[in-house]
Structures are given as C-alpha cells and as structure tokens.
Design a protein around this ligand. Structure first.
Ligand code: NI
Length: 227
C-alpha cells in the first residue's frame, strides 16, 4: 500500500512551517536511531522536546484530522506525534525497515507501526537527489512530492532516502497504528470508500445504491476494526 495524499498542508501553511524550521536548531539524526539504523542514517532532526517541534507536530495532527482522504486511507487508531527531519548535501538514510513498536514519547502508550508517512515541506525543485524509495511486491517506487503533500506506505516496506546531491530537503514524518491491521483489508475499505465518495458526487447521498454501499462499508468496519 503506497498512497499519495495531496494538500495536507496549504502552501501558506508550508511557508509558515518553513519560516520556523529554517531558523530552528537541528540535531544529529543519529541521536534517535536504533542500532540497526545507526550505520545507515545521516540527517538532522528537530529535538522532539522543543516547544517548536511540539507546536508544529500539533498543527500536522490537526490537519490530518481534517483530511477525509487521509482518514479514509489510514483509518488511524493511534498516531505518533509527527517529527521533523532535514537532509543537506550528502545526507541520506540507507535501506531499512521501521521498528514494529514505538512508544509515544512521555507516555507508556505503545503503538504498532502499520503505516509510515512522510509529509514533504520542500518543493521538489529545491533539491536534487533525496527521493524516498519504497520497495513493495511490485518493485521500487521513487517518491518526491510537492510541499504540503504526504505519502502513506506500509511500515513493513523496505525503504531509503537517497543521498541529497544539491539543496535541502525538509520533511515531517510519523507512524500510525490503523484500526485495520491487514493492509489487504484496509485497501479494500479504501477502494470502497473512494467509490462511495465519487458515486455521491454523481447522484446524491440519498440514492439507494449509495445508501446500500455506505451501509456495507460501515458493516465491514464494525467487523474488522480494532478500537
Ligand atoms: Ni524509515
């Protein structure tokens, strides 16, 4: 499952994020890497305990909660507060798989990472290289989205960030536990919901077929969802 979600942040919001992030203190990304990731990782991250990181993280969570396509694709149960990273010339993050379990900082809440997400805060023309490469059963996918757009992908996928050749790449990233553990089931629910949304545009939400399909969607959610 690799799903692009457009316009999570508006261009104005991106500009506001960037004004703050371009003046922020960035730390060595290796401070938060696990032992396996350590040798692979060269980038910088914003201190998660800083006030700025917490404020921007809250803004991303707020934007996600208002985005119907994100909710439909992810069906999130728990979202780890978004963090921020920056890649300059030569920075990279070699092929790795994300940890299966994360603890929400400052709490004892555990989260199973079903989906990984990267929210782009730099425009593609601001840097060369630096593509996010995700492997799945169909091959390798190179991802470089417009600022404000997000990519959602299965946390079981092997992935890397290719070395930056020029410029600077700033992103937010996070993990989430979905109400639907199975990627296959979540994909079916997403397809069904997207079709219901387009049928609603064509007819209206009272149309008997729309009502029946919506009812089927919610019956499936009741059967499959963890809450
Ligand atoms: Ni990763």
């Amino acid at each position: 499952m690799i799903i692009p979600i457009s316009s999570v942040l508006s261009k104005d919001e991106v500009a506001l994020f960037r004004r703050h992030l371009d003046n922020a203190n960035w730390q060595d990304g290796c401070l938060t890497a696990g032992t396996q990731a350590l040798s692979q990782k060269q980038n910088r991250q914003l201190d998660v305990d800083s006030k700025l990181a917490q404020q921007l993280s809250d803004k991303v969570l707020h934007a996600l909660a208002l985005h119907p396509m994100f909710i439909s694709a992810a069906l999130p149960l728990k979202i780890l507060p978004p963090m921020f990273n920056r890649y300059d010339g030569g920075d990279h993050y070699g092929f790795h798989v994300d940890n299966a379990i994360r603890i929400v900082p400052g709490t004892s809440i555990r989260l199973r990472t079903d989906l990984s997400a990267t929210l782009f805060l730099s425009e593609p023309e601001e840097y060369q290289g630096g593509e996010l490469e995700i492997e799945d059963s169909y091959g390798t996918h190179k991802v470089k989205l417009a600022a404000g757009d997000l990519i959602l992908y299965s946390s079981t996928s092997l992935h890397r960030v290719r070395a930056i050749e020029q410029g600077q790449r700033t992103c937010a990233f996070f993990w989430l536990q979905s109400m639907i553990r199975s990627h296959e089931q979540r994909q079916v629910l997403f397809d069904l919901d997207q079709s219901i949304q387009s049928l609603t545009q064509l007819h209206d939400h009272q149309h008997p077929d729309v009502v029946r399909l919506s009812s089927s969607y919610h019956r499936l959610i009741r059967q499959l969802a963890d809450t």
